[in-house]
Design a protein around this ligand. Sequence first.
Ligand SMILES: CC(C)(COP(=O)(O)OP(=O)(O)OC[C@H]1O[C@@H](n2cnc3c(N)ncnc32)[C@H](O)[C@@H]1OP(=O)(O)O)[C@@H](O)C(=O)NCCC(=O)NCCS
Length: 167
Amino acid sequence: MKHIYSIREAKKSDNLHVQRFIELVDHDFYPPLSQRGGGIPERVRRCLDTPEANYLIARLNEKDLSDLPGGIIGMIGCTKNWKDESSAYVNFLAVHQEYRINGVGKALNRELELLLGKQGFNRIYLCTWSSNPAAMNFYEKLGYSAYSVVLNHRGKGVDTIYYKKKI
Ligand SMILES: CC(C)(COP(=O)(O)OP(=O)(O)OC[C@H]1O[C@@H](n2cnc3c(N)ncnc32)[C@H](O)[C@@H]1OP(=O)(O)O)[C@@H](O)C(=O)NCCC(=O)NCCS
């Protein structure tokens, strides 16, 4: 990959860039994140740099070369103490479409696993939807196993699929 990027935890001061990045990928989600709960601002308020949740952001090192907000090319969000105090939940994952299939998603997931492992977590949960074969393939390649399916949960013929992984 010709672009050089680094991954770090987000800070409160990244708020606007984080919101803008989610807006850019909003329609890759079904339903779009802007149409869920309190929308994107509420999601970011709950998930950005709190004791229970945060994002890891992949940023281009030469961010001035990009029009992307804050040079962000990908982001993973996680909520801790999900089912119990040893588990966490991936509440967001996206890579900007121009940077996909280059290992950025995999690198974000690896960093998250390392961080959570150091903090004593041993299981990660997440979900996706059945009309998203890219994500299903991605998670299965990374060692996640599907353990539950809710049929038609996201509309006629679109199921929610729950995954977990031991780290
Ligand atoms: C899912 C997503 C995050 C993957 O990110 P990415 O940076 O393109 O993925 P990577 O390049 O790290 O790929 C890791 C593995 O997943 C596989 N994979 C990724 N995208 C894939 C696709 N579209 N089809 C098939 N396999 C795919 C890769 O082949 C790769 O396997 P490898 O390690 O054997 O080479 C990205 O497609 C995305 O942002 N999608 C839109 C948002 C979304 O669906 N998020 C998940 C919601 S639950």
